[in-house]
Design a protein around this ligand. Structure first.
Ligand SMILES: *Cc1c(COP(=O)(O)O)cnc(C)c1O
Length: 391
């Protein structure tokens, strides 16, 4: 037997978190209490009315069969209504809305619809790893758009040379951004849409964090930008907005031809979303939203505790205006991997090394606000005992 994996699997970048996982297991087995600021997964439960909707729908046998359509009509309408209320963007529920089994699923599959072997795909670096792996699975070549502090962690469209732009088929953007927590304004989206049109590039905007913003900041949708719907789509997810990461429910909206291509790929791979989950998603989108004020207030308090704490140690960390990530420049002579290891071994704090999310993430670590405030305060206390912060 030959169990050699395919060339495309061999092309995936090495999994940099294996070493962290190993150290984590080892420290835990020694009885060390770790504060895990590594995982971007909400610690709060899904709202009760959404769970109720699922439970009720699950008892109805008509939900039990294959959902072999591109999402229930009622769900596609609920998504279009939500978009109109939230962003003032009009969508045709029949052609411009597609429910997904999580936005990771849609992001991983979109290149299969539009990228030919050898085509370039522009991906933010550091960034969500799926932009690159989905590209590689389609035979495409990911090209890094470096997100640096100098450019406010906004992909610099002017830095993309003509040759690259002409060979690029697709571009991914993500604001509010994971991992840098950077935000952008509508002008940036407008420039991106114009760039995409000029170079005949499909623009895929990952909007997973538009509903997690603070201090009165209201993140825009890419589709609010002029010309956006002619060149692109936007991915949204119920995962972070409604604490539903395990439910696998999200959607893509925007250009009908792009939506149709993605839908064609999906119809050959999955057989739809469990209708009870679709009904629960309708309940989330159409139901009361006031619990989110409390949720955001909770994240804001955690953010202030962590960032103000870090700064009191002499670290210079900016308060994020959105997302539940804090992107910190590594102090002293450390690089992101050695600093991550130091934090784990000397302070029992798990973080994500920036370099694990792309070469431009070198020199940073990412911390998440998905742990209780008291734990974040304890993390700051533990950090204060480290040599690097006792200058
Ligand atoms: C969490 C996250 C998502 C959402 O993924 P789902 O598959 O919908 O759970 C998408 N993009 C980014 C950048 C994320 O951090």
């Amino acid at each position: 037997m030959n169990f050699m994996v395919s060339e495309r699997l061999k092309k995936l970048p090495p999994y940099l978190f294996a070493e962290i996982d190993r150290v984590k297991r080892e420290l835990r087995s020694q009885g060390k209490e770790l504060i895990d600021l590594g995982v971007g997964d909400p610690d709060q439960p899904t709202p009760p009315h959404v769970i109720e909707a699922l439970a009720r729908a699950a008892r109805d046998p008509s939900t039990h069969t294959y959902a072999l359509d591109s999402g229930m009509e009622e769900l596609r309408e609920a998504i279009a209504d939500w978009y109109l209320r939230r962003f003032g963007v009009e969508l045709d529920p029949a052609t411009e809305v597609l429910p997904l089994l999580g936005s990771k699923e849609g992001i991983a599959h979109i290149p299969l619809a539009f990228v030919n072997p050898g085509d370039l795909v522009l991906v933010p670096n550091p960034g969500y790893p799926v932009y690159g792996s989905g590209t590689i699975f389609a035979g495409g070549i990911p090209v890094a758009m470096g997100l640096t502090e100098e450019n406010g962690f906004l992909a610099d469209l002017n830095a993309i040379d003509d040759e690259t732009a002409s060979r690029a088929r697709l571009m991914f953007l993500n604001y509010p951004n994971n991992p840098t927590s950077a935000v952008c304004d509508l002008d940036y989206f407008e420039a991106a849409a114009a760039f995409a049109r000029k170079n005949d590039i499909i623009l895929c905007h990952d909007a997973a964090y538009t509903e997690l913003a603070f201090d009165g900041y209201n993140p825009p949708s890419f589709l609010q930008a002029e010309g956006a719907k002619e060149v692109g789509i936007e991915f949204h997810s119920l995962s972070k907005t409604y604490n539903m990461t395990g439910w696998r429910t999200a959607f893509a909206v925007g250009n009908a031809d792009i939506i149709s291509g993605l839908s064609k790929v999906k119809s050959n791979i999955d057989s739809g979303i469990f209708r009870a989950v679709q009904i629960a998603a309708i309940a989330a989108l159409n139901g009361p939203q006031d619990f989110r004020l409390e949720l955001l207030e909770m994240y804001r308090r955690r953010r202030d505790t962590l960032v103000e704490g870090l700064n009191s140690l002499g670290w210079k960390v900016k308060k994020p205006r959105a997302t539940f990530y804090v992107w910190c420049r590594v102090p002293g002579d450390y690089d992101s991997s050695s600093f991550t290891t130091l934090l784990m071994e000397e302070a029992g704090i798990v973080t994500t090394p920036g370099v694990g999310l792309g070469s431009y993430g070198e020199g940073y670590v990412r911390m998440t606000l998905t742990r209780p405030e008291a734990e974040l305060a304890q993390a700051v206390e533990r950090l204060g005992k480290l040599e690097v912060f006792r200058a």
